[in-house]
Design a binder for this molecule. Structure first.
Ligand SMILES: Nc1ncnc2c1ncn2[C@@H]1O[C@H](COP(=O)(O)OP(=O)(O)OP(=O)(O)O)[C@@H](O)[C@H]1O
Length: 361
């Protein structure tokens, strides 16, 4: 496994790129830790595949370097990078048996047949395909084939990293959960460096130690699922992560208070004067309906989401979401909303502002 360093990396598909807007991947410096599981998360067109293709060697970046364990591989072809890749659609040899598909990368590297047989058996056990080794791949379902792709990615012990590009796209919804769980276990047992590209927040948050969130060609935050939930670094992260996402409300901020239409909201900490577009961000989980406290709100409808309710409401002319426990009452006289001050984030021009005074716990 390897530590992967991105040094001043950027890419434009336009050879005459003039401004930052021409870059599909904006400048990025980052070190992927050896053995960690990462998810690359963002909506379509944000640059995930561009970054993944640079790491795998399919694409030469227009700027910067990529290093594996400190060695510059920017110009090295994919074959020399010792990278295993699992794509959206399973890549298997239909005429070969499951065994021979799994053995393929090892035989290619000239390993002896005793080792190949042992290792294939081990991998087949890991992916739950021990009973299918003699079967031809042709005729197997998409999830079995994708498991083979996964197993083949892991069969070589000397791979530097495993890259997954939306690997569950063709998998039935009920099998997705199983494959995702299996993948997480494989990571836990083998400690490969894994980079998993997805536009699905559930996949990203359940799979990864760290999630790399991309927006418009830029990495806007790299953090644990908890960090992304509690302190979204950018309003996009707030919207994109969570169901529903964070409420982002224009406000004026002075010290430890925010004001909306002149009405005061307590913040958990104090802020220096801010310029530009100022907003507060409050996750629906940290907003509460009340009869007497807080600011006026008008409930439009209540949706039952199983263990909780989603209250869709109007707040100073804009939409706001509130999450309440399934047992919490929602009554007509509840016309106010309060926010947990320690959970209110402040944003200037879409980026989270660190408070001046100590942050509340
Ligand atoms: N070969 C190419 N030539 C020119 N522009 C490209 C090329 N490949 C991608 N782009 C552009 O670069 C930007 C980033 O694309 P990229 O495929 O990396 O995004 P993505 O996040 O992987 O999206 P998706 O999930 O849809 O694959 C997009 O605006 C896309 O149109």
């Amino acid at each position: 496994m390897a530590r992967i360093t991105l040094d001043n990396l950027a890419h434009s598909y336009n050879p005459n790129a003039a401004s930052e807007r021409d870059y599909a991947l904006k400048e990025l410096n980052y070190e992927w830790e050896d053995g960690a599981a990462y998810a690359l998360l963002g909506s379509s067109g944000c640059g995930k595949s561009t970054l993944l293709n640079i790491i795998s060697g399919l694409l030469m970046p227009s700027q910067g370097r990529i290093l594996f364990d400190g060695i510059d591989v920017t110009g090295a072809p994919t074959a020399e990078r010792n990278i295993a890749q699992v794509f959206q659609f399973p890549v298997v040899y239909d005429t070969m048996t499951v065994h021979d598909n799994l053995a393929f990368p090892l035989r290619n590297r000239g390993h002896n047949e005793t080792y190949v047989a042992e290792r294939v058996q081990e991998i087949a056990r890991m992916i739950g395909m021990e009973d299918m080794l003699r079967k031809k791949a042709r005729g197997l379902g998409a999830d079995a084939k994708q498991k083979i792709s996964l197993g083949r990615g892991m069969v070589r012990k000397d791979v530097n990293a495993l890259l997954f590009d939306e690997p569950l796209t063709v998998i039935d919804p009920h099998m997705k959960w199983e494959l995702r769980t299996q993948l997480k276990k494989l990571h836990h047992d083998f400690g490969h460096t894994m980079i998993y590209v997805t536009h699905d927040q559930t996949e990203a948050l359940t799979f990864a130690d760290k999630v790399v969130v991309m927006y418009d060609g830029r990495v806007v935050q790299i953090g644990t699922p908890e960090e992304l939930f509690e302190r979204p670094a950018h309003t996009f992260v707030g919207y994109f992560i969570g169901s529903p996402g964070m409420n982002v409300i224009p406000a004026k901020v002075e010290g430890a208070k925010a004001y909306i239409n002149g009405c005061e909201i307590a913040l958990g900490a104090g802020y220096a004067p801010l310029d530009g577009k100022v907003e507060i961000g409050v996750r629906p989980e940290f907003a509460r309906l009340s009869e007497t406290d807080g600011l006026p709100v008008r409930v439009r409808r209540v949706e039952d989401a199983g263990r909780h309710k989603i209250i869709r409401a109007e707040f100073f002319g804009q939409d706001i979401n509130i999450i309440a426990d399934e047992d919490d009452p929602v009554r007509a006289d509840m016309t106010r909303v309060t926010f947990d001050p320690s959970r209110v984030n402040v944003y200037a021009n879409d980026w989270r502002v660190a408070p001046e005074s100590a942050e509340a716990a």
